[in-house]
Design a binder for this molecule. Structure first.
Ligand SMILES: [Zn+2]
Length: 134
């Protein structure tokens, strides 16, 4: 019975996340503002609650991820994912195709930039090394 309840709980959370992603991709600007005002505080509070459970103890281990037999050093995977998505991901240029439905930020310019990067940008550094050696 606990397994069924656990599955129901997990499905509800996945469906909620899917719904929010869908809203972010499809909703018009006024709806997005409304959703952001109501959902962002809930999401940030959810992250805080989860991260509090994974704060390192006095030994520098995560008390939630550690077991009696295996200590998990902080930062545990939860903190690593949090950093990746909240900090590093926030600074990285958008590469996911989720901007497709948005009205602003035209993607053809990004495609042109990728082509230029392939021939002149950072990707050109790899083929240049053997060419320079010749
Ligand atoms: Zn942890």
């Amino acid at each position: 019975m606990d397994q069924i309840l656990g599955q129901v709980l997990r499905n509800a959370v996945w469906e909620r996340l899917d719904m929010l992603s869908d809203l972010a991709n499809r909703a018009d600007a006024p709806s997005l503002v409304s959703v952001a005002r109501s959902e962002l505080p809930r999401l940030t509070e959810g992250w805080r609650a989860m991260l509090r459970a994974h704060e390192p103890d006095v030994r520098g281990d995560c008390p939630t991820c550690s077991t009696r037999w295996h200590r998990c050093k902080a930062p545990c995977s939860v903190w690593q994912v949090a950093h990746e998505h909240l900090v590093a991901g926030g600074l990285a240029p958008q590469e996911a195709p989720r901007g497709r439905g948005r009205k602003r930020s035209p993607l053809p310019a990004q495609a042109t930039h990728q082509t230029a990067a392939d021939t002149q940008g950072r990707h050109a550094l790899i083929p240049q090394a053997p060419a320079a050696a010749r």
